[in-house]
Design a protein around this ligand. Structure first.
Ligand code: ADP
Ligand code: ASP
Ligand code: MG
Length: 427
C-alpha cells in the first residue's frame, strides 16, 4: 500500500475558516493517508499558562481554562451550527471529559513534578483538536478513523521531552493501527503526544508533531510525508529575521538537518532522521497556496547548492578558564562535560584554546543560572548574554564579507561550506 502522511500544525487550524481550508486540502489528496494534527492555534501556549498557574499558584487557572474552552466552542459553533447543529452539541459532549480532567488538576493539591503535570494538561490540546477536526471531516463526508496516538507511541518518562521507544511503538502501530488502513482510509491522529508504559501522557518537546509525522511515515514506509505550513516551503532564511527570502525547491536531507538544527524552525530538527533512514521524500507545502510546489527534501540527482541562513536567537556565550592557569585540556574538559550532562544543557557551538573553553547555548534562565553556579565551583566563568548564532551554509567569501561588516562578532567558526558566527543580538 502506498500510504501518504500529512501533517497540519496549529497555524493551519487556528480558526473555523482555516479548518475548512484544511478539509479541502485533505479531500484533494490521494488515499490511503494518515493525517496528523497539532493543537489549534496558540492553544499549547494557553495550556502552558494553566500549568504554570496550577503549579506556582498564581493567576486564576479556571479563568485560563475558560478562555480555552470558549476558543474551542467558538470553532465548534462556526463549523457545525449552520448545517449540523446537533453535531455541535455532540462534539462538545465528546470533549467535555478532557476539560474535566484539567479541572481535576486545578482543584487538587499539586502532588507530581512540574513536567508530569505539564504533559497531562498540555496533551489535551492535541486530543481536543483532533476530535473536532475528525468529527468535522466525517460530518462533511470525508470519512476518517480517529486514533489516540498515546496508545501507540510509548516513551520514557522524561516529561516534556520524552524519548520514543521505536521498536515497541512500531509493534503497536503494526498491531493496532495498520489493520485499520485500507485503500480508501484516512486515519486521523495527534502529533506531539505519547504515553509512558504506565499510561501517563508525555510530550515530545515543543513543535514536536512534525517528528510524530516522520515517525509514522517511517512505521508505514510512507510514499511521502507532506508538512503543511503558512510559508511557500523551506525558505533560504527565516522570514522573521531576514528580508527578501527565497523559496528553496529542493534540499538534501543533510542540508535540511543542518538548517533546522541551527534555527530554521519551519521543521522540527528531529523530523529528518526517520524519513532519511527510509529514503522517504518530505514535502513542505503551503496550506495557503496548496497547488504550488513547495520544497522537497530528498536525495536529489543534481543538487544545486543554495546559500542558506539560519538564526538561533536568545543564546548565551560562556567562557571557562582554569583557576590556576593550567591548560584547559582533558581533565577540565571531562569535568565540564560532566556538568553539561548533569544539567542537560544542549551545546549549540563550542571552541577551545590553550587556556579557554567557550560554549554557546540557549539562555534558558531556569537551567543556565544553576549551571553557571556549578561551573563557578570549578572554573573562572565569563559570559555574554543577548547573543545569537548565525549559521550560513554554502557561503562565498564576498557574501560573508557583506554580511559581517556591520556586526559585532564574538566568535567565528568556518569550514569550506559552513560558517557560524556568534553575534551580539540587535536590541
Ligand atoms: P506550525 O503551524 O506547524 O507549528 P510553525 O509556525 O512552527 O508551523 O512553522 C512555520 C514558520 O516557520 C513560518 O511561518 C516561519 O516564520 C518560520 N520559519 C523559520 N525559518 C524558516 C525557513 N527557513 N523557511 C520557512 N519558514 C521558516
Ligand atoms: N502543539 C505543540 C506545540 O505547539 C506541538 C506542535 O504544534 O508541533 O508545540
Ligand atoms: Mg508550531
Amino acid at each position: 500500500m502506498n500510504i501518504n502522511v500529512h501533517k497540519f500544525g496549529g497555524t493551519s487550524l487556528k480558526d473555523a475558516p482555516f479548518i475548512i481550508n484544511v478539509a479541502n486540502i485533505i479531500q484533494q489528496q490521494n488515499k490511503p493517508m494518515i493525517v496528523i494534527v497539532s493543537a489549534m492555534g496558540k492553544m499549547t501556549n494557553a495550556l502552558e499558562e494553566i500549568v504554570k498557574s496550577v503549579f506556582y499558584k498564581k493567576d486564576n487557572p479556571t479563568e485560563h481554562l475558560q478562555k480555552i474552552k470558549n476558543y474551542h466552542s467558538e470553532i465548534i459553533y462556526q463549523l457545525f451550527h449552520l448545517h449540523h447543529p446537533y453535531k455541535a452539541k455532540e462534539v462538545e459532549t465528546q470533549i467535555h471529559p478532557y476539560w474535566q480532567n484539567i479541572e481535576q488538576y486545578i482543584n487538587q493539591p499539586v502532588s507530581s513534578p512540574y513536567g508530569q503535570i505539564y504533559d497531562q494538561i498540555v496533551s489535551i490540546g492535541e486530543i481536543v483538536s483532533s476530535i473536532i477536526v475528525s468529527e468535522y471531516l466525517n460530518t462533511i463526508g470525508i470519512y476518517n478513523t480517529w486514533a489516540d496516538i498515546r496508545k501507540i507511541l510509548i516513551t520514557d518518562n522524561h516529561w516534556r521531552a520524552a524519548s520514543v521507544n521505536i521498536p515497541l511503538s512500531q509493534n503497536n502501530f503494526s498491531e493496532y493501527l495498520l489493520p485499520l488502513i485500507n485503500d480508501q482510509s484516512i486515519l486521523l491522529t495527534q502529533g506531539f503526544i505519547a504515553s509512558t508504559a504506565h499510561h501517563y501522557s508525555t510530550t515530545l518537546g515543543r513543535e514536536g508533531s512534525d517528528y510524530t509525522a516522520a515517525l509514522l511515515a517511517y512505521f508505514v514506509d510512507a510514499k511521502e510525508l507532506t508538512i503543511w505550513k503558512d510559508v511557500d516551503g523551506v525558505l533560504n532564511a527565516d522570514p522573521r529575521y531576514f528580508k527578501n527570502t527565497q523559496k528553496i525547491d529542493e534540499l538534501t536531507y543533510y542540508d535540511a538537518i543542518e538548517m533546522t538544527y541551527y534555527g530554521a524552525t519551519v521543521i522540527h530538527p528531529n523530523t529528518i532522521k526517520p524519513i532519511q533512514n527510509k529514503n522517504i521524500p518530505l514535502k513542505v507545502k503551503s496550506f495557503l497556496n496548496p497547488s504550488t510546489q513547495g520544497t522537497i527534501i530528498h536525495h536529489p540527482k543534481n543538487y544545486q547548492k543554495i546559500t542558506t541562513y539560519s538564526y538561533l536567537p536568545h543564546q548565551i556565550l560562556i567562557s571557562l578558564q582554569s583557576n590556576d592557569y593550567s591548560f584547559f585540556a582533558e581533565t577540565h574538559l571531562h569535568k565540564t562535560f560532566q556538568i553539561i550532562n548533569d544539567f542537560s544543557v544542549k551545546i549549540n557551538l563550542m571552541q577551545n584554546t590553550a587556556l579557554n573553553f567557550s560554549i554557546c547555548t540557549t539562555n534558558d534562565e531556569i537551567i543556565i543560572h544553576p549551571f553557571i553556579r556549578e561551573l563557578q565551583k570549578h572554573f573562572k566563568v565569563l559570559f555574554n548574554e543577548n547573543v545569537a548564532i548565525l549559521t550560513i551554509r554554502h557561503y562565498t567569501p564576498t557574501l560573508l564579507q557583506a554580511i559581517v561588516h556591520d556586526k559585532e562578532i564574538l566568535l567565528e567558526q568556518r569550514t569550506r561550506h559552513h560558517v557560524q558566527l556568534v553575534l551580539k543580538e540587535k536590541k
